[in-house]
Design a protein around this ligand. Structure first.
Ligand code: PMP
Length: 431
């Protein structure tokens, strides 16, 4: 069967997958329910759909594509590795080299274990914290997203909040009973809860800069406070840096903010566009992981040679070319332009930016946590999303995600995006 348009492809998808997608965050249900665009390929900072239409890509596949699509050095590394084997089932050089590079370049990462996804890495880091401390409880924050394992779907952000399943069906009370979800950026609530049950808490888990209720940075001193409270009660601090590691500089957000956790979770960029995740931290904790210790975690595809080769190639380009200042400048130009245009058309907008990632919230209020993020206007975002799509700009189909500028974007793409924003805001004002 041949299909020519997105609509035709998506009609087929609807027959064979729930909602036509393999991950709910890809659905357009939150932005009006139109069929999503079925993309044929990516090229640098562009996406090209099955009908040949081009879009400037600010999705970056939800984060991994810091070098855009098809960077020649990444493609070459994948090709070379594919000829040598795609999965082998023994230790291989590329995974060892990737682990060496990660531990050498990240403060507080003495040892690392590679997984296939961020979800597995978070799930394993939680198990490790429980194994190491001998305690059951996990403290996390509302509107953060840590993958789709049972424990972390309690009041989760990202796709979970977009489709309204922040508390998923199918999670036993035995699991939810051991998870406490608190407002982000609120040290008083954390202190109060830790005073009551801190001696039962295995870990406090957070994204250091949240990417999954839109970009929400920590208030000054917040993360240092979280670390102090966590350690005062003998619990471990886990930073989920699946989005943030290597996004803002060559290293982690923890290093940038000067607060080093006991365990890190990594993913996305470290796989160079192939499936990847990792967790790691202090040696004494990592020695609990099997086969050295009694915390079991495994994976046929863990430390996959293709993912490791792509990740390593990506890290080498980032290290050698350091595109961060340029990406920041472009994101700043775009963000400043969006705010000025919003002002011009009197559209209340709040913009949270961290380096090359930012979120446009349609509302006048500062966004510092899940409650304030949810107050942003969903209907207006849906309309804006559609108007931008019609003007060849692809944004994540949710108001709780980020725009990511990649190392392949240039001033030309930013100019064209700002023109689209101008058109879109003028239409929003008229409606
Ligand atoms: N943690 C964070 C902070 C994430 O943003 C994500 C994915 N968006 C995950 C974990 C889960 O990673 P994966 O989708 O690779 O399982």
């Amino acid at each position: 069967m041949t299909s020519n348009t997105s609509a035709e492809w998506f009609a087929r998808a609807l027959h064979v997958t729930s909602g036509g997608v393999n991950s709910p965050a890809r659905s357009f249900r939150a932005v009006g329910g139109d069929p999503p665009v079925v993309m044929a390929r990516g090229e640098g900072p562009y996406l090209i759909d099955v009908a040949g239409q081009r879009y400037i890509d600010y999705l970056a596949a939800f984060g991994p594509l810091v070098l855009g699509h098809g960077h020649p050095r990444v493609v070459e590394a994948i090709r070379t590795q594919a000829l040598q084997g795609t999965v082998i089932g023994t230790p291989t050089p590329s995974e060892i080299e990737l682990a060496e590079e990660l531990t050498a370049s990240i403060t507080g990462l003495d040892m690392v274990r590679l997984t296939s996804t961020g979800t597995e890495a978070v799930m394993s880091a939680i198990r490790l914290a429980r194994a190491y401390t001998g305690r059951p409880l996990v403290v996390k924050f509302e509107g953060t997203y840590h993958g789709h394992s049972d424990a972390v779907l309690v009041k989760a952000g990202s796709g979970a909040s977009t489709v309204g399943t922040a508390d998923s069906l199918g999670i036993p009370t035995g699991v939810t009973g051991d998870v406490i979800s608190l407002p982000y950026n609120d040290l008083d609530r954390l202190s109060e809860v830790m005073r009551r049950v801190g001696d039962q808490v295995a870990c406090v888990l957070t994204e250091p800069i949240v990417g999954n209720m839109g970009i929400v940075p920590p208030e000054p001193g917040y993360l240092a406070g979280v670390k102090e409270i966590t350690h005062a009660h003998g619990a471990l601090l886990i930073f989920d840096e699946v989005i943030t590691a290597f996004r803002f500089h060559y290293g982690t957000a923890a290093e940038l903010l000067g607060v080093i956790p006991d365990l890190y979770v990594l993913g996305k960029i470290i796989g160079g566009g192939l499936p990847a995740g990792a967790y790691g931290g202090r040696r004494a904790i990592m020695e609990y992981v099997a086969p050295l210790g009694g915390m079991f975690q495994a994976g046929t595809f863990a430390g996959n040679p293709l993912s490791s080769a792509a990740g390593l190639a990506t890290l080498r380009v980032l290290k050698e070319e350091s595109p961060y200042a340029r990406m920041d400048r472009l994101a700043d130009r775009l963000a400043t332009g969006i705010l000025a245009t919003a002002d011009q058309f009197r559209i209340p907008v709040t913009l949270n930016r961290a380096g090359s990632g930012f979120t446009v919230f349609f509302g006048p209020r500062r966004v510092t946590d899940y409650e304030t993020a949810q107050q942003a206007d969903a209907t207006r975002f849906a309309r804006f999303h559609r108007l931008m799509l019609e003007r060849g700009v692809y944004l994540a189909p949710s108001r709780f995600e980020a725009w990511f500028v990649s190392a392949q974007h240039t001033d030309a793409e930013i100019d064209r995006t700002l023109t689209a924003v101008h058109d879109a805001f003028s239409m929003l004002q008229a409606e």
